[in-house]
Design a protein around this ligand. Structure first.
Ligand SMILES: Cc1cc2nc3c(=O)[nH]c(=O)nc-3n(C[C@H](O)[C@H](O)[C@H](O)COP(=O)(O)OP(=O)(O)OC[C@H]3O[C@@H](n4cnc5c(N)ncnc54)[C@H](O)[C@@H]3O)c2cc1C
Length: 332
């Protein structure tokens, strides 16, 4: 085969005016963690599971969530862009950018608490899904969404991508299995967000400062676009592109955690997540179906997605609230 001339890669340079050396120095002096600006590290973190490549300004591996908060503050002081990184298994370049990369996986990977009665747990964002489920197994619980990358993907990354996988028919996507998020905005607001009832929303929109401003902005966005969102957001099972503006609709309880799910590090940094859990199924089996014609499977699919036939349905507490972003069942 003749050699093919490929186009040159697009290299987005860090924003003009960022003094990378001064940034590195300040991160080293203020952040409890590893600060790596060497070419080898930057090359390693320049890609994810996609074909994209963006060389980061540098990498910070915070030892604690508070250290990550401090790293964000330092970056803000320098006007440097930020990107969180979990397992880096993203397929569309979500996890590479000419930014300071915060790697959560090495230290900020703990299961903080489990509320067995309400089937919830609180985690740090760098915890790997399989590690979480191993620890939850002693309580007979697990996290429902399961991307194929479950031995490597993290909860932070799953939230970033609004992931789901082979269990989607039963449990839906991350947005369907999330109670609350503790988030940090680039300008330093740290708060827990989730569903917001009318009284709480009134209180928050009347609050002064940046929190009030954020809630007033989100309420205005909802009021302005609610009808359009209802009319135009596609009713497809695995809608994970764009921002989840539908989460702010009254029928979804002004769910700010839902809004931020799938935002791929573009809106906030997730510091902690409170997840909704499901019981571990008593039995599981893998069924492999073979078809003579590729057109046949879709015609066979609807009966198997009939939720009323699911043997585990009665033990799945959150199914009635799950899948609330769609009237049909998730497919992936
Ligand atoms: C072979 C293969 C199979 C896959 N199968 C599936 C599948 O079945 N279903 C599916 O949904 N996906 C699948 N994926 C895509 C990917 O694995 C999943 O979306 C996975 O959940 C990403 O997790 P991660 O920890 O690797 O995230 P990353 O790639 O590390 O990050 C994902 C996004 O989340 C952001 N992020 C990470 N941590 C934070 C944080 N603390 N705060 C804010 N944002 C954050 C990142 O910036 C990025 O934008 C697959 C990928 C591969 C390579």
């Amino acid at each position: 085969m003749d050699p093919v001339d490929l186009p040159l890669p697009v290299v987005r340079r860090p924003r003009e005016g960022i003094d990378a050396r001064a940034l590195e120095r300040d991160l080293r002096s203020r952040v409890d963690g590893e600060v790596r600006f060497d070419p080898g590290t930057r090359a390693m973190y320049s890609t994810d599971a996609s074909n994209y490549r963006q060389v980061p300004i540098g990498v910070v591996v915070p030892r604690t969530v508070d250290a990550a908060r401090e790293a964000v503050a330092v970056c803000r002081g320098h006007g440097a862009p930020l990107l969180s990184r979990g397992g880096g298994t993203s397929l569309a370049g979500e996890c590479c950018n000419a930014a300071v990369v915060l790697d959560w996986t090495k230290y900020c990977n703990r299961l903080i608490s489990v509320d067995v009665r309400n089937r919830r747990c609180v985690v740090e964002p760098g915890i790997v899904l399989d590690d979480l489920n191993r620890q939850l197994a002693e309580h007979g619980l697990m996290y429902g969404p399961k991307p194929a990358t479950h031995p490597n993907c993290t909860i932070g990354g799953m939230i970033g991508n609004n992931s789901c996988g082979s269990t989607a028919q039963a449990y839906g996507k991350v947005v369907d299995n999330l109670h609350r998020l503790e988030i940090l905005t680039y300008d330093g607001v740290r708060m827990w967000v989730g569903r917001t009832d009318d009284g709480e929303l009134r209180r928050l929109t009347a609050t002064g400062g940046r929190v009030g401003e954020l809630y007033r902005g989100m309420a205005a966005l909802r009021d302005r676009y609610a009808d359009l969102v209802r009319e135009r957001y596609p009713d497809i099972p695995r809608r994970v592109s764009g921002y989840n503006l539908d989460s702010l609709l009254p029928e979804h309880g002004f769910d700010v955690a839902g809004l931020l799910t799938g935002s791929e590090s573009t809106l906030v940094t997730v510091l902690h997540a409170e997840l909704e859990l499901v019981p571990v199924p008593r039995h599981s089996a893998l069924v492999v179906l073979g078809y003579e014609d590729i057109c046949l499977p879709p015609t066979m699919f609807p009966p198997s997605s009939d939720t009323s036939r699911r043997p585990w349905k009665e033990s799945t507490t959150n199914w009635s609230t799950s899948n609330r972003r769609s009237t049909s069942t998730p497919t992936r």
